[in-house]
Design a protein around this ligand. Structure first.
Ligand code: MLT
Length: 385
């Protein structure tokens, strides 16, 4: 039996994919083989020695200590694209909210409750909440992954002129992008040309404070900025100053921090990007499938700290080895197996930055080979499936 610990409430339709004859699932289970987490922070969690994998039902993994997980041989998965439509729809709403003063108007109208002749008051007072249409305006999209690409296409379909920039764009993402989206050579081109900017980059040391005093200075006066990615991509103090001096007309964030609340010009949404039944179901289902593939077959699909190795099963035994991406690892494994007269049926290997993963398949008995492999310098974790 495998033990799955739920670190948040996870959509039942996803959890139901686990075969209950093989999996125990609960929020308090001991000796977990895997966690499934949504937004709970795991930075101060003491991981059980039994823990092999963590699946995040969502795209961002800034709530998980990735380096620590890599060192311990804990494979971290995410669910890229599974909630992209939910986030895209909120981004389109954010573009409209940043432009038309709908929230201000709604709040004002609510305050008219009980006054005589409300309809007349509405018509008299509404002009204070006018705002421009987005059609024909220039939107710059920074980051053209699953969400950014969808936002670019949807905004174009609503009549915006869209330019996008992503130095790390994947072939699939490029194929998914409408040909009408213009390519910006760099972020500076986005800053200088856009009337609206939507941010779709992950939270990484390299993206921390991407939007700051200097980058804001390169933008058009009255720019509207949408951040449904993570709070630390924008320097809060610099953003507040830019709002105060009207350089930025509106900042919409799905990651409000204390200083952003109650500020005119800031629309603070409580991280609702993926809060749709569809996104929650898709993420839970993808996370569960990733965990099952890894625990049952050793296949790694959509990990953020170990490489993809999705190898069809061809033999009785597979030795799965998480190891450092350094010379001589495969040579050591194969020479040990040949000394033990173990025939290799198939071998799959891949690397991701400092980490690598190998699956070695054989129909022979492995005997004590596993413990020897585990003792090699550079091997982080090894097990048999
Ligand atoms: C994500 O990381 O996938 C989005 O921010 C949505 C979420 O965390 O729920």
């Amino acid at each position: 039996m495998y033990n799955i610990k739920l670190m948040n409430k996870i959509e039942k339709s996803g959890i139901d994919h686990f075969d209950t004859a093989l999996y125990n699932i609960s929020e308090t289970i001991e000796n977990p083989d895997a966690y499934i987490v949504r937004s709970a922070s795991l930075h101060n969690t003491e991981f059980e020695p039994s823990l092999l994998a963590i699946a995040r039902a969502g795209a961002g993994v800034n709530n998980i200590p990735l380096d620590h997980c890599s060192e311990k041989g804990i494979v971290v998965f995410n669910t890229p694209g599974a909630n992209a439509n939910g986030v895209k729809e909120l981004a389109i709403a954010a573009l409209l909210l940043s432009s038309r003063n709908i929230i201000g108007g709604i709040n004002w109208a609510a305050g008219l409750k009980g006054q005589p002749e409300v309809t007349k008051l509405v018509e008299k007072g509404k002009s204070q909440f006018a705002g421009p249409e987005i059609k024909g305006k220039i939107l710059g999209v920074i980051g053209l992954g699953a969400v950014g690409g969808m936002v670019a296409n949807a905004a174009f379909n609503m009549g915006m002129d869209v330019i996008g920039c992503d130095p790390y764009i994947t072939v699939n993402a490029a194929w998914s992008l409408s040909r009408a989206i213009s390519k910006a050579e760099n972020y500076d081109e986005i800053y200088s040309k856009s009337e609206y900017i939507s941010l779709h980059v992950p939270s990484l040391p390299s993206t921390k404070g991407l939007i700051n005093k200097d980058t804001i200075a390169k933008m058009k006066d009255g720019v509207r900025i949408i951040n449904l990615s993570r709070d630390d991509i924008v320097n809060s103090a610099d953003m507040l100053e830019a709002i105060q001096n009207s350089k930025v007309a509106c900042y919409v964030t799905d990651f409000p921090t204390d200083e952003m609340l109650g500020v005119e010009g800031v629309i603070a949404i409580p991280h609702l990007g993926a809060s749709t039944p569809e996104s929650e179901e898709n993420c839970a289902e993808m996370a569960v499938n990733e965990i099952m593939e890894y625990l049952e077959h050793g296949n790694i699909i959509n990990s953020v700290n170990y490489p993809t190795v999705n190898h069809p099963r061809n033999a009785k035994n597979r030795i799965c080895i998480l190891h450092k991406n350094i010379p001589n690892m495969l040579a050591q494994f194969s020479s040990l197996l040949s000394k033990k007269n173990v025939n290799i049926e198939s071998l799959a290997n891949n690397s991701l930055k400092d980490n690598a993963y190998s699956i070695i398949e054989t129909n022979d008995d492995i005997d004590d080979a596993l413990s020897e492999i585990q003792s090699y310098n550079g091997v982080i974790r090894a097990f048999v499936k």
